[in-house]
Design a protein around this ligand. Structure first.
Ligand code: FE2
Ligand code: FE2
Length: 284
């Protein structure tokens, strides 16, 4: 266990970090970062809704921050796969996006009067190395899982939250996160679109089989994040939505819609037997 502190340090790199936020990582005119002394008007919310918001944004801070290591872990695989420079710089930009998302979420916890730093298991796991695959196939599988599956689901979830979150600080954070996740998903689809035609028949068959495992893992992880419990009342549901707490039932349904309407057709169009792999995900 360790302490994950997502505040900006006061050392000489502080100015460089702030410059990155203003330049490289910027989207639109809104600055999503919490302004000094900006606070959520906690008195206007039910303590139960606030409690849920604390839990959700703290967990989110951790998950977002951990996503940075997924992208940095992808860089060496992209190098081995002989990816072009634009792909390598973009993957590092996305790692920075995720660190920032973590900090935005931690700032929201603080704006509700909570503790922004959290104690957590800070060990990181390397990306799967897919033994027996070529370097391109390995990088493609991980880019597919990250971009075409996980980030595509994230785009759907955050687009929904963006519509429902009305508390201004949360809303600005969701808008930034949603716009960034959309790049992360596009990255995956673009990389797989270029890599897929390079696969030989054996690699294609292997990828179709692996997709079952990928779908099974994705479904399990996503469902763990949104347990099948209903908000205790409509009023608490509405307050939760305003604070960026999703309705788990609706989010679960959105997951399956996204699989059916975006992910399966997208992968089929690239020549993968995605429908069959989804049907067989529990049989693997
Ligand atoms: Fe993110
Ligand atoms: Fe992301």
């Amino acid at each position: 266990m360790g302490v994950l502190d997502l505040s900006v340090g006061v050392g000489p790199m502080r100015a460089e970090h702030q410059r990155l936020l203003r330049t490289t990582l910027r989207r639109g005119d809104n600055t999503p970062e919490r302004r000094p002394d900006e606070e959520v008007d906690v008195a206007s919310y039910d303590p139960a809704a606030l409690g849920a918001a604390h839990r959700v944004w703290r967990r989110r801070a951790f998950n977002e921050h951990q996503s940075a290591m997924v992208f940095t872990g992808l860089l060496p695989q992209l190098v081995e796969a002989e990816a072009t420079l634009d792909v390598k710089t973009t993957v590092l930009r996305m790692a920075m996006d995720e660190l920032r998302h973590g900090a935005l979420c931690a700032g929201i916890v603080e704006a509700m009067g909570g503790e922004g730093s959290l104690s957590a298991d800070l060990r990181t796991r390397p990306l799967p190395d897919h033994p027996g695959c070529t370097p391109l196939e390995r990088a493609m599988r991980n880019a597919l899982f990250i971009g075409c599956l996980a980030e595509t689901v994230a785009v759907a979830f955050t687009a929904e939250e963006r519509e429902q979150t009305s508390e201004p600080l949360m809303r600005r954070a969701i808008e930034q996160i949603s716009a960034d996740e959309s790049l992360h998903a596009r990255f995956g689809w673009a990389f797989v679109t270029e890599a897929a035609p390079e696969l030989d028949d054996d690699a294609r068959v292997r990828t179709n089989t692996w997709l079952r495992t990928a779908f099974r893992y994705l479904e399990r992880e996503e469902m763990l994040e949104v347990p099948d419990v209903r908000p205790p009342s409509d009023e608490l549901r509405e307050q939760g939505l305003a604070l960026g707490v999703c309705d788990n039932g609706a989010t679960r349904a959105l997951f399956y819609d996204t699989i059916r309407e975006a992910i399966l057709p997208g992968l089929e169009a690239l020549g993968f037997a995605a429908h069959e792999a989804w049907r067989q995900r529990l049989a693997a």
